[in-house]
Design a protein around this ligand. Sequence first.
Ligand code: ADP
Ligand code: MG
Length: 391
Amino acid sequence: MGKKTVRDVDVRARRVLVRADLNVPLDNGVITDDTRIRESLPTIQYLLEHGAQVIVCSHLGRPKGPDPALSLAPVAGRMANLLGREVLFAEDCVGPVAEAAVASMGHHVLLLENLRFHPEEEKNDPEFARQLARLADLFVNDAFGAAHRAHASTEGITHYLPAVAGLLMEKEVRYLGALVANPPHPFAALIGGAKVSSKLPAIQHLLPKIDLLLIGGGMANTFLKASGFHVGASLVEDELLESARQVMREAASRGIRIHLPVDVVAASRFAPDAETTTVTVDSVPQGYLILDIGPETVRQYTEALQPAKAVIWNGPMGVFEMEPFANGSFELARAVANLDAVTVVGGGETAAVVVASGLQGRFTHVSTGGGASLEMLEGKTLPGVAALLDA
Ligand code: ADP
Ligand code: MG
């Protein structure tokens, strides 16, 4: 990755501040998915095994100042269970409370309270970054999911402490970076999700590198309409019809095969109990919304993917959160999992599909960072990565 990692520095007897991504979903203070806590453990364990004192910090949600509903305290409990050792908790991430906690932590792991209880975190305030830096001798950024933001705990702090990548950060940047920079061919992009607008920069960056482009999800509607089909009341971005045509023209001129849905599941309303019908794309009923790709499209996409040696998947094929519109996403998850290829998943909802399918272990890599992985697919440099020491 071109950056130093925890493996390149001596951590023994040093106080190490780890910026993790512990931004887990909470339902009334109960953690509903602990994937991000689990993914943060290898770096913490590595540091413990190599004799470091480990202080962990993270953001959680989008608080406007201190908010007990967004305290990281429940995460300390879950982390302790998963690590099999005590995890202390400090009720502030900077200042006297944090400093006293560090002074008395001994060889326990210490988790600091939500960074975003201080608005200075997102403002990348230098004084706040300096206060964080005072807690440790070394900074480890393992929060890939926050690396596309230049905040005090991802960028500012690197001006005051030597900064290296954690193991999760290294893995994310390695898989996503290598795939985009130097993919095995044929390289297929399976792109879906809600909107063309959010995926257009990634599609444009990927076009010169891919051999096959499969489009699904809500964004396929804009491509279908741009191709002359009537898409009823479906989500469409009319201002992007010309951009969609341009993508199709560029794909054609580069010899890239581009697939659009040939059949769809359309619904009378955006609701799980709506009237639904499976139709070819030339006969979507007036007033209906396209909410999933149809079975013939699933068959064609599965077949088209067979020769692929690499696949990037970003964006669900339909409104998978509602059972009647989940089939396309889960069938494609199975199809991609079954390939003999490098398979990488980026995007928060796409990762949720893969986890819910139970096939996560059959993908080469499922990114933990939604926005950050998309920015890597766009070819952007992430400020949280750029700020780390060069290897
Ligand atoms: P990711 O987080 O993986 O990058 P996006 O955020 O781009 O994915 O899109 C995910 C959302 O797209 C899902 O919540 C899903 O319900 C929605 N979606 C997929 N297909 C459609 C569709 N046909 N119409 C409306 N929304 C859709
Ligand atoms: Mg999303």
